[in-house]
Structures are given as structure tokens and as C-alpha cells.
Ligand binder design. Structure first.
Ligand SMILES: C[S@@+](CC[C@H](N)C(=O)[O-])C[C@H]1O[C@@H](n2cnc3c(N)ncnc32)[C@H](O)[C@@H]1O
Length: 247
């Protein structure tokens, strides 16, 4: 896999763990969670939270995405890519898991209208993907350290004309205890640890990244649905329009 200079040893190591996890360990659980198939009550809360989060992130993009290039960074089974393409976007959807990309291809089929999706297997930071109007990274940076998230955002921001919208796991007392107890997932398909971070701490790191100097932390929104807890954040290039209105 192309490993751009933009990454660090800790980023590369974590990406390798995530590839193993999403491509093998949890591929069935993940496939089920992202489908309409029945799931446990706990996972139903996660599914509902993720649906709400996808809706939030998509609502921060322009309504009409015709002709805009969108990167779905860590696209998983492709639900967000499909909705963006239905709104006219030219989507590049990339994931480190070949199995999930295969599932995404199967599930999305032909996109109606003028939008399109090009699915790719690889690293979301690969410069060969080109430049974008907007980048969306839903729950794909939550396993990386605050330092690696800020560096990833800088790498993505350098190639983004509009906004980078993404999620982070909030640092709350309850989540910290739950993670410590390892109760979020059954042992067999437990993910590499989620790294809870504060928006304030991330904002400080973002302020230190030269490639993000032209971006403002424009919006945040927390989704809390049972066992799903995640903060959405929009970084918007100054003067770039949608996703820019502060909440
Ligand atoms: C929790 S899943 C979310 C998938 C999708 N965004 C969604 O919300 O349904 C995180 C995804 O990010 C992918 N991922 C993590 N790090 C990545 C990287 N550096 N490059 C590409 N994909 C990555 C994982 O393989 C996994 O499919």
C-alpha cells in the first residue's frame, strides 16, 4: 500500500490494525450493522446514532453537490458515498479494507442521476487521490491519536477547497470507563481502542498545523444514541460557504 510521507509510524501501525479488524475480525458484524438486518438492542442504538451522524455530516454539505468532488475517507460499506452521489457528487470512496470495498460495490450498484462513485482500496491520505471540494471522514479517525488526527486533517485540508467534516470520539467520564471495561463490543470482535479526545485539545493541535491555517473550526455537533457517542466537527476554508455557519 502507498504509504505517503504524511503519515507517522503510529498512524501506519494503527491503520494496519484497523485493516485487520475491519477486513477480517469484524467484517460480518460490520456488514450486518450497516445493513437493514435485525441486530441486538445495543447495536440498534449504534445504528440509529450512526444514521443520525451521517445525516448531520451530509446536511453540512451544499444541498446540490452536482459537479463537486467529494472524498469519503474510510467509506466502509459506502452508505454516505451513495447519498452524496445521489445529490450529484463525484465521489471518491476509499477504505483500507478490500472486503468492505467489495461489499460497498455490491450494495451501491448503479448511481441514478449525474453523480458517481469511484471505490478505491487504500489509505485516505494518498495524495494520488487528487484534490476535493469537500472531504468527509465519518468515524474513520476515531481510532487514531489526537496528534495523528491533526496531521491527517492537515494532509486532507491541503487538498480541500471547501470543508473537511469528520467525527471524533468525545472524552467523557462514562466513555472512558466503558472503554476501560471493554464493554462496547463482545470480545471476539472488539475493535482497536477508540481514542477519546476533547474538541478543545484538537483545536489546539489544528492551530499548530500550517496546512490548516486557512481553515476555521466552524461547527460541532454531538450525537448521543445509546451506545453510540460521537462529535461531528466541520473545518471550513475561510470564505468557502456551506458548512461554515457557526452553530
Ligand atoms: C467505523 S468504520 C466507518 C465506515 C464509514 N465511514 C461509516 O461511517 O459507515 C471506519 C472505517 O475507516 C477505515 N479506515 C481507517 N483508517 C483508514 C485509513 N487510514 N485509510 C482508509 N480507510 C481507513 C476502516 O477500514 C473502516 O472501514
Amino acid at each position: 500500500m502507498t504509504s505517503p510521507n504524511l503519515t507517522s509510524p503510529s498512524y501506519d501501525a494503527r491503520r494496519g490494525q484497523l485493516e485487520t479488524y475491519f477486513d477480517r475480525t469484524a467484517v460480518e458484524a460490520w456488514s450486518r450493522l450497516t445493513s437493514d438486518a435485525p441486530v441486538s438492542r445495543i447495536r440498534a442504538t449504534v445504528r440509529a446514532g450512526r444514521d443520525a451522524m451521517r445525516g448531520t455530516l451530509l446536511s453540512w454539505l451544499p444541498e446540490d453537490l452536482t459537479g463537486l468532488r467529494i472524498l469519503d475517507a474510510g467509506c466502509g460499506t459506502g452508505a454516505l458515498s451513495l447519498e452524496a452521489a445521489r445529490r450529484g457528487a463525484t465521489v471518491v470512496a476509499i477504505d483500507v479494507s478490500p472486503t468492505l470495498i467489495g461489499l460497498a460495490r455490491e450494495r451501491t450498484g448503479a448511481v441514478p442521476g449525474r453523480g458517481s462513485i469511484a471505490f478505491r482500496v487504500g489509505d485516505m491520505l494518498d495524495p494520488e487521490l487528487g484534490s476535493f471540494d469537500h472531504v468527509v471522514a465519518m468515524d474513520s479517525l476515531i481510532h487514531y491519536s489526537g496528534r495523528d488526527i491533526a496531521r491527517a486533517l492537515a494532509a486532507l485540508g491541503a487538498r480541500t477547497r471547501g470543508s473537511v467534516v469528520f467525527t471524533v470520539a468525545p472524552r467523557t467520564a462514562l466513555l472512558t470507563v466503558m472503554h476501560a471495561a471493554g464493554k462496547l463490543f463482545p470480545k471476539g470482535d472488539r475493535a482497536p481502542a477508540i481514542v477519546p479526545i476533547t474538541i478543545r485539545g484538537l483545536a489546539r493541535r489544528i492551530a499548530r498545523e500550517p496546512d490548516l491555517a486557512d481553515f476555521a473550526l466552524a461547527r460541532t455537533h454531538r450525537v448521543n444514541s445509546g451506545f453510540y457517542l460521537s462529535n461531528a466537527i466541520a473545518l471550513t476554508r475561510r470564505g468557502a460557504g456551506p458548512a461554515g455557519g457557526a452553530r
